[in-house]
Design a protein around this ligand. Structure first.
Ligand code: 13P
Length: 252
């Protein structure tokens, strides 16, 4: 059975006091409200260790927002998978569209990063999704296919089963414009069918595919009710417990 997941990508938000407050609030909430899905956060790298200390019993999964494809060395500003492993982090988001847009991340980079995480037993949350232009010109199925194949299809069946995929149409991120549940579902089903064609249906059925892009308390339930949508990667609405908790409760 695949996992249902609500993951909060905090992006570049919150000072240390605010980060600690939200992490603690989320822990208290989680203790009082057992959820039907797994809950993860991806705070800025600076706060990952603090998150691991607050969630000492792994109540909430802790993910980096990116990491280097290299093991160590002269890569100023980067963090490595070995560093994440050494603080017992759960994994990292890979190839978020903002990393693609502002830092030249490609699916070839993503491929190496995903493999580096899996080799150390950590979990990648691999992001893909088309731009508005690509959607308008009807290329979205093809774009997502190429991205997924380049980033993931060198993996073995055992490896790909451990990857979480997040479909995040770029035009829906931070814009308040969400893909309709039907638009999201058809791409999720498409991604799952690509995996099924390459690795078999059983493998495809085990992979959690999350939707990201303006998920809010008032649309989460409808989005998550689609058969191939196994949860969400949440940006803005992950920054306040009030909103994030309602999204978690969309699985109840
Ligand atoms: P928003 O929920 O703010 O649209 O961000 C989505 C996202 O990019 C999550 O990674």
């Amino acid at each position: 059975m695949r996992k249902y997941i609500v993951a909060g990508n905090w992006k570049m938000n919150k000072n240390v006091i605010e980060a600690q407050q939200l992490m603690s609030q989320l822990l208290d909430y989680k203790k009082q409200n057992p959820s039907n899905c797994e809950v993860y956060i991806a705070p800025p790298a600076l706060y990952l260790m603090m998150a691991k200390e607050i969630y000492e019993n792994n109540e909430i999964g802790v993910f980096a927002q990116d990491m280097s494809e290299y093991e160590s060395g002269a890569y100023t500003g980067e963090i490595s998978v070995g560093m994440l492993e050494s603080i017992d982090a759960d994994g990292a988001i890979i190839a978020h569209s903002e990393r693609r847009q502002y830092h030249g991340e490609t699916d070839s980079h993503a491929n190496r990063k995903v493999k580096a995480l899996l080799d150390k037993g950590l979990t990648p949350i691999y992001c893909n999704g088309e731009t508005l232009e690509q959607r308008k010109s009807g290329q979205h199925f093809e774009v997502v296919k190429n991205q997924t194949e380049t980033a993931l299809f060198t993996l073995s069946a055992e490896e790909i089963k451990k990857v979480i995929i997040a479909y995040e149409p770029v035009w829906a991120i931070g814009t308040g414009e969400t893909a309709s549940p039907e638009q999201a579902q058809e791409i999720h089903a498409h991604i799952r069918s690509l995996i099924a064609a390459k690795y078999g249906q059983e493998v495809a059925d085990e992979i959690s595919i999350l939707y990201g892009g303006s998920v809010k308390p008032d649309n989460a339930k409808e989005i998550f009710s689609q058969p191939d949508i196994d949860g969400g990667l949440i940006g803005g609405a992950a920054l306040k417990l009030e909103d994030f908790s309602k999204i978690i409760e969309a699985f109840n």
